[in-house]
Design a protein around this ligand. Structure first.
Ligand SMILES: [Zn+2]
Length: 567
């Protein structure tokens, strides 16, 4: 390919719309252009790199035994009613009507479509197991699209769905996909961390996320400093140290006037105590019913964990009216003692003594509060957020926090969807059983951008060979000098014959401009063809990730470059 024939609109300066390095570089290197918020056009180089990521995904899915299909992005409302997700997907799902005024959606995911299909097509144990996948455009009406392809309204995903006779067989399908994901991200040149994750809107019992570690990542994760434990903060657990106990704290409970002190800082300032000693009590509506949730004030309540443990569909903060009705006090004075609504307390509060809490009475707090003696929650459950230096739930060593970009997510779904769509098979004895499912996603466009987020320097992108739009750029320094151009051309032809993607910079530009653009776009191998070296029978080869260039005999150039590409 000739540079002059394609479109690579590089930019010298950082575009104002971009905040993180990979987004800036995709725009500056001419891979992407924005149409409107969260919507991007892939230019020739960006599209070429995207196709390479897709090819890796496709090869590994095929190798793992998955079958490629293609499902409609446009879907009827009815299947989303069947799964009970038409409501719960909320405003993030694009909804529209066709000309007959039928409600339609643009699919953010495809559990409904595939399970509906399978309920008709698979009905005997002899047809199982099966795993289907597709690489397709998905839609999500993000509140705040940002970071380019990281959080876009339209994006490309690989989604796969497995169907098995029972849990054990489903575990094997899950493992096959998990292993394929490890290989896919490795081949893309990514360093990923696998973490335990919340199942969120997809549902199911268990899931893992593949995270690209990056300071700019939107997800918080914790990992153990000693063992393999790692989890998304939405899911993370902690070992609970010995109960919170303050000396001299078994005195009788006592009311103290705290006029106007509603927030933790004010209360801890007034009592001159560690926030850990104060019980924070938040009133929620859990599936519509008021309940009090308590945690020590040095941490927050993790609503994801709360919803999962209580198997609640919705967990929302109660309004002021509900709080007044439930606690007989204004917002800010709730406490677990004497409440008539259910109380759920974090495990860290078990056997706590000598605590301070709201008194369920305006302008008043209680001191010397002891769990068990003064209040007995419906349940002590693990609902506190996890922080740096908390203890690992597996080995009790310290945890540390990291940021990550979620590029893949695998779920054990169980029978959540197959029950709703009546996806049943007959076993060898002719008995009806429900098919057991798993689902597996890779954000393909997000993976592409994550590769850049993990691999760049001050001059631009550093593509891994496996996904670079072109592995080799040939800079012919003076395209008008015939002997230079003919060496450049024959190199390009010979390398292309060997299946290597080559771009030849034939622009009539100064060498400095060509080198800058080559570095910015990040081609892994740069070949410089200059008149003086050609006279000595040499060309220059430089790897993007290294500082130094090598002079190579023209006659050996193809083999040398080919060998670099194949390592
Ligand atoms: Zn550990």
């Amino acid at each position: 390919m000739f540079w002059s024939k394609t479109l690579i609109p590089t930019l010298r300066d950082d575009p104002g719309e971009a905040e993180i390095p990979s987004h800036k570089l995709m725009l500056r290197a001419g891979l992407l252009r924005k149409l409107s918020s969260g919507l991007y056009t892939f230019l020739p180089l960006g599209f070429k790199a995207l196709k390479k990521v897709e090819l890796i995904v496709r090869e590994e899915m095929d190798k793992a035994g998955a079958m490629e299909v293609l499902m409609p992005a446009l879907q009827p409302r009815e299947i989303w009613e069947t799964s009970d997700r038409y409501k719960t997907m909320g405003a993030s799902m694009f909804r529209l009507k066709d000309r007959q005024q039928r409600d339609m959606v643009l699919g953010p995911t495809h559990e409904e479509v595939i399970t509906e299909l399978v309920s008709h097509e698979l009905n005997s144990y002899k047809q199982l197991p099966k795993t289907f996948y597709q690489i397709q455009t998905k839609f999500r009406d993000e509140i705040r699209p940002r970071f380019g392809l990281m959080r876009a309204k339209e994006f490309i995903m690989k989604d796969a769905y497995s169907f098995d006779i029972d849990i054990n067989a489903a575990d094997a399908s899950y493992k096959a996909m998990y292993d394929a994901y490890v290989r896919i991200f490795e081949r893309c040149g990514l360093r990923t961390k696998v973490v335990e994750a919340d199942t969120g809107a997809i549902g199911g019992k268990w899931s893992h996320e593949f995270m690209v570690l990056a300071d700019t990542g939107e997800d918080g994760i914790v990992e153990c400093t000693k063992c393999e434990y790692a989890a998304n903060l939405e899911r993370a657990e902690r070992a609970i140290p010995s109960p919170i106990y303050f000396p001299d704290s078994e005195k009788a409970i006592e009311e103290v006037a705290t006029p106007g002190m509603k927030i933790v800082d004010e209360v801890s300032g007034f009592f001159k105590c560690d926030p850990k000693r104060i019980i924070k009590t938040i009133i929620y509506l859990i599936d519509g019913n008021p309940a009090a949730v308590c945690v020590s004030s040095d941490r927050d309540i993790n609503e994801h964990k709360l919803a999962r443990i209580l198997e609640a569909q919705t967990v929302v903060l109660a309004d002021a009216g509900t709080i007044l009705k439930s606690t007989s006090a204004e917002v800010g004075y709730a406490g677990p003692v004497g409440l008539k609504i259910p109380v759920y307390a974090d495990l860290g509060l078990r056997d706590c003594k000598g605590m301070i809490s709201g008194a369920n009475k305006n302008d008043t707090h209680l001191i010397n509060v002891c769990a068990g003696r003064d209040f007995q929650p419906a349940q002590f459950i693990d609902i506190g957020t996890v922080k740096e230096n908390d203890l690992c739930p597996r080995c009790s060593e310290q945890l540390r926090e990291k940021r990550g970009i979620e590029v893949g997510h695998v779920f054990k779904l169980g029978t959540k969807y197959s029950e709703k769509f009546n996806a049943i098979y007959l076993d060898a004895q002719g008995q009806k059983n429900t098919i057991v499912m798993g689902c597996y996603g890779i954000g393909v466009t997000r993976t592409l951008q994550s590769i850049i987020e993990q691999s760049f320097d001050e001059n631009g992108i550093i593509w891994p060979l496996s996904v670079a739009p072109y592995q080799v750029v040939i800079d012919v320094l003076d395209p008008k000098v015939e002997k230079c151009m003919s060496v450049g051309l024959s190199l390009m032809n010979d390398l292309e014959k060997k299946g290597i993607d080559v771009i030849l910079d034939d622009r009539d530009e100064r060498p400095g401009v060509k080198f800058k653009d080559a570095d910015l776009v990040g081609f892994p191998i740069r070949v410089v063809v200059g008149a003086r070296n050609i006279d000595a029978g040499k060309i220059e080869i430089k790897l993007r990730k290294e500082k130094k260039a090598d002079l190579v005999d023209v006659v050996n150039a193809v083999e040398t470059i080919y060998n670099i590409c194949k390592t």
